[in-house]
Design a protein around this ligand. Structure first.
Ligand SMILES: NC(=O)c1ccc[n+]([C@@H]2O[C@H](COP(=O)([O-])OP(=O)(O)OC[C@H]3O[C@@H](n4cnc5c(N)ncnc54)[C@H](O)[C@@H]3O)[C@@H](O)[C@H]2O)c1
Length: 332
């Protein structure tokens, strides 16, 4: 029997609409309605996606034919809106960060468990081709046992963080919770749980009022040693992950470029994203969510992974001292 899941979209902004478009190729899923606090945005999304705009959140949540929801609103709303979905006994795909505090994440996990429904957090970075391939190669043991990792994510995104809800640390959680939960989740996926040995952050510009560049030293429970550096004020930009193992080294350049490894005494092997050939990452995560709901398949990440990413973001913030952000002398 062919099963189809009706989904509702909450939040018709940038990522909400992208996710909704990615549902369309999936024969097992159908977008059955959309709600946004801005009714014009909801109507616009409903028109382009050929679905119904709901005038209230309750009406969308109570629609009997809708069993699952995509929550794509700003981070500070995830807990309250997510709980409304889960407490109705409906399935939830929640954009990252799952919530802004660990307590709220735990309450969402409890609610999902009590209702017996799926809760998935959008830790999609794992599904981008070079990130995905790095995990496959590590599992195949191409560089032996992993010894050390260094990850750098740099870009000039400060202006994005000076606008709207992203500029307000109470709404976005700052750069650690709003963006770098991706990196913190990816590292945990590769090597398992870790503690933050030390961290420091810098806030050279008054706006946005949170860390704009940070570094941390990580100690993984499996013995791997790690360092991370992330910046939203680096115009040269670039993404780099380098992993050294007992038999070789592996490197990739994030969202574009290539992944390569070299075993001692052997030729270098490299792949570009087209050669890896994985599905569109957002389509892939939604398909996994839909199949988890319909058939009980295990998704590539879940609500607990989202919770751990939030917990690790807080561990970094705590290690840097919550005010965090050391102001540069002679403030800009
Ligand atoms: N996984 C990714 O790659 C990725 C990329 C971008 C954004 N995100 C995440 O998605 C979420 C949304 O980001 P965005 O860039 O789409 O933001 P956005 O500002 O473009 O869209 C958010 C939408 O939510 C609506 N909204 C706000 N409060 C609401 C409420 N209480 N009820 C209903 N609608 C409400 C807004 O009107 C807006 O249309 C954030 O958590 C962000 O971290 C994830």
């Amino acid at each position: 029997m062919h099963m189809q899941l009706n989904l509702g979209l909450i939040g018709a902004g940038g990522i909400g609409r992208h996710l909704a478009w990615q549902l369309r190729p999936l024969s097992e899923a159908r977008l059955a309605g959309v709600y946004d606090v801005d009714p014009a945005l909801a109507q616009h999304a409903a028109d382009e996606l050929e679905t119904t705009a709901y005038e209230s959140l309750d009406a969308l949540l109570d629609a009997p034919e809708i069993e699952a929801y995509i929550l794509a609103t700003p981070p500070h709303t995830h807990y309250e809106l997510g709980m409304q979905v889960l407490q109705r006994g409906k399935h939830l795909f929640c954009e990252k960060p799952l919530a802004l505090t660990v307590q709220h994440c735990d309450a969402m996990l409890d609610a999902a468990q009590q209702a017996g429904v799926q809760l998935m957090a959008g830790q999609v970075l794992r599904l981008f081709p070079l990130f995905w391939q790095s995990k496959q190669w590590l599992q195949e043991g191409v560089i032996g046992e992993p010894v050390a990792v260094n990850l750098q994510r740099r870009g000039y995104e400060i202006n994005l963080f000076r606008e709207g809800w992203r500029a307000d640390p109470k709404q976005s959680g700052g750069v650690l919770l709003e963006m770098n939960v991706h990196e913190l989740d990816y590292l945990r996926w590769l090597f398992g749980d870790y503690t933050v040995v030390a961290a420091q952050g810098s806030q050279p510009y008054p706006e946005p009022n949170f860390t704009q560049h940070w570094q941390a030293t990580l100690q993984f429970e499996n013995g791997v040693i790690g360092s991370v550096e992330c910046s939203i004020i680096d115009p040269l930009g670039g993404y780099l992950v380098r992993i050294v193992g007992t038999e070789g080294a592996l490197e990739h350049t994030g969202f574009s470029g290539a992944i390569r490894y070299k075993k001692r005494g052997a030729h270098e092997i490299s792949l570009i994203p087209e050669e890896i050939g994985t599905p569109e990452p957002y389509m892939w995560e939604l398909r996994s969510f839909v199949r988890a709901v319909l058939y009980g398949e295990t998704p590539p990440f879940d609500g607990y992974d989202g919770r751990m990413a939030v917990a690790n973001a807080h561990a970094v913030l705590q290690a840097m001292g919550r005010k965090g952000a050391r102001r540069r002398r002679g403030q800009v």
